[in-house]
Unconditional design. Sequence first.
Length: 235
Amino acid sequence: MTKAEPSRTAIVRRARRINRELAAMYPDAHCELDFTTPLELLVATILSAQTTDKGVNKITPVLFARYRTAADYASADREDIEKIILSTGFFRAKTTAIIGLGQALCDKFGGEVPHRMKDLVTLPGVGRKTANVVLGNAFGVPGITVDTHFSRLARRFKWTAETDPVKIEHEVGSLFPRSEWTMLSHRLIWHGRRVCHSRKPACGACGVAALCPSYGEGPVDPVLARRLVKSGPFS
Ligand code: SF4
């Protein structure tokens, strides 16, 4: 006899319990990119593609000291930016994106970062993921950030079977109150970076093991699992 699928109510209840456990485990979960303004966060998020937040945080103090406004980026010298952001990888494409971003902000939004999803996604280099990071962390508008960690954990928790980030965002969002979306994103990303890794999740040392339908996907032996846990900070 096959096991019956859990009801929608059971899925929602378990999802919210996992979120509460993660909140207790990571009371300090936050965006690990350093920023002081929406523009800085937008630029840092664009730079964080295919690299670590730590790597971005190393170079942004110099970049942000030299480029303070959208107009500064719009009129930037390409080579100067390329030199500063070189270590973040894909530096030519990222330079094109942030200069284009400065120009678009000046042309369409009076040099200010807009705080609506539909405006943010019109900017060069800005997709829904980046827009949600900015909305949630610079403007306090709830947003779900579907990065590689979030997608993997949402699937391991069986909150979704989707692989498309927009579908994941909507499906997971429907399990939680909007007010939880931003912090839920931070918690999943923190847990993914520290414990629930892509190749070898540290199941035997995981604080939500009792609630996780994928328990056993990684080593369950506590000693082995503890060795897999990475400690932050990652910024
Ligand atoms: S039990 Fe394993 S698969 Fe589930 S969240 Fe923890 S580390 Fe990830």
